[in-house]
Design a protein around this ligand. Structure first.
Ligand code: SAH
Length: 280
């Protein structure tokens, strides 16, 4: 498949603003889909189809593919690239403007997201699916290497951050493959990696997602401060009260946000939630 020639034939030019960096190596693309564990039983949503190279690889393995692409200039190219497949539907829409519940009406049996994401909106896209989706079973996404390290980080490391704590609440993330910048057309200024996020919504029983999100935000609000100081500043409470909360949750008074596992964040947010309920 000579992508360059097809793009040229259709007079296509790359738009940086849309994060257009295409993957062309068929072995690599196949490898990504295989690592997602996609079978003919599965429905896959792809975000940002580009020239449809990954879309083709997904379509070979999956039962059905629904691809979202913002750039209508790719219409002719996608038509040509996907003409051998009858299990692909392309929707020319901005994924960020879609209502996930609406998309999921037909996929309540579960589906996967497989994508080489547009990097300028990696986090918003992931958060949208993690927070709004009821039926996504897993996401296999190519992202900037630094983001991949963040997503799959363990607590107590510099890479562990708010997004890690949000992912770990509903699942687990694994870095499964590094992809050098030279693999993309055109090559971006960063290296990439493939991350697999496996959803497990029953992992924790949580009283309030809002409070969890709030605690994560507070804990990473100022990484150089202790969690105790961040709680005092954000909740506008006295040191004694912040210390009381931490002691009740069995969290070290000198701990920083990045030392808290999702399990600890659940304990902390449930405690604060109950405290507020009791105090009215
Ligand atoms: N999957 C292709 C292209 C990846 S580049 C490949 O691997 O080769 C990212 C793609 O996302 C681009 O085609 C870009 O136009 C598209 N895109 C960017 N923002 C988008 C949005 N908000 N909604 C849907 N697609 C978007």
């Amino acid at each position: 498949m000579d992508i360059k020639r097809i793009l040229q034939k259709h007079g296509f030019y790359f738009k940086k603003a849309y994060g257009q960096n295409f993957l062309t190596d068929e072995f690599l693309l196949d490898d990504i889909v295989t690592s997602a564990g996609i079978t003919k039983e599965d429905t896959v949503i792809e975000i940002g189809c580009g020239a449809g190279t990954l879309t083709r690889a997904i379509a070979k393995h999956a039962g059905k593919v629904i691809g979202y692409e913002i750039d209508t200039k790719l219409t002719g190219i996608l038509d040509e690239m996907l003409s051998d497949f009858d299990n692909v539907e392309i929707v020319f829409e901005d994924i960020m403007k879609q209502n996930i519940a609406e998309i999921e009406k037909n996929f309540s049996a579960g589906y996967y997201v497989v994508a080489n994401l547009p990097y300028y909106i990696t986090t918003p896209i992931l958060m949208k699916f993690l927070e709004e989706s009821k039926y996504v079973k897993g996401l296999v996404v190519t992202v900037q290497k630094e983001v991949a390290l963040r997503l799959s980080a363990k607590e107590n490391t510099a890479d562990y951050g708010a997004i890690t704590a949000m992912i770990n609440l509903v699942g687990d993330a694994y870095l499964i493959k590094h992809i050098g910048r030279e693999q993309f057309l055109p090559p971006p200024s960063v290296d990439s990696a493939v991350v697999k996020i496996v959803l497990n919504r029953d992992k924790f029983k949580l009283k309030s997602v809002e409070t969890y999100r709030e605690m994560v935000k507070i804990a990473f609000g100022n990484r150089r401060k202790t969690l105790c100081n961040n709680l005092m500043n954000s909740l506008k409470i006295a040191r004694a009260q912040a210390e009381d909360i931490l002691t009740s949750c069995d969290i070290d008074l000198l701990a920083r946000g990045e030392t808290l596992s999702a399990e600890k964040f659940v304990i902390l947010s449930d405690y604060v939630y109950e405290l507020r309920r009791k105090n009215g």
